[in-house]
Design a protein. Structure first.
Length: 109
């Protein structure tokens, strides 16, 4: 166990360590760079999903805006899930009137 995890007194505090990654993807309009933040939680809210990865951009903006993300029991798994979702959809640029972004929430057991 890492020392930082001992700082959390109650699981409702949701203490997490942040890991940052940079990713560049070619899209129809050129290249877009995104930062992916992976949160490593001390305690999981559901199941054993301790890692949540989320990109800082939305994709698929014209149809159904989606912020690529991923949940997993390992950092590698969460990052891989987020990258898979990032690769799956096209970046379509920023629009003024957009529907709300779809949230990434873990599946309930």
């Amino acid at each position: 166990m890492n020392d930082w995890k001992l700082a959390q007194r109650d699981k409702s505090e949701k203490l997490a360590k942040l890991h940052h990654f940079s990713f560049t993807k070619k899209h129809a309009g050129g290249e877009i760079e995104t930062t992916i933040t992976v949160k490593e939680f001390v305690t999981a809210e559901t199941s054993n999903l301790l890692f949540h990865a989320e990109a800082d951009i939305e994709v698929n903006q014209r149809t159904m805006p989606f912020r690529p993300c991923g949940w997993h029991s390992t950092l590698f798994g969460a990052l891989t899930d987020c990258l898979r979702n990032l690769r799956k959809f096209e970046y379509e640029g920023i629009e003024v009137d957009r529907p709300p972004t779809a949230n990434c929430t873990p599946a309930q057991d």
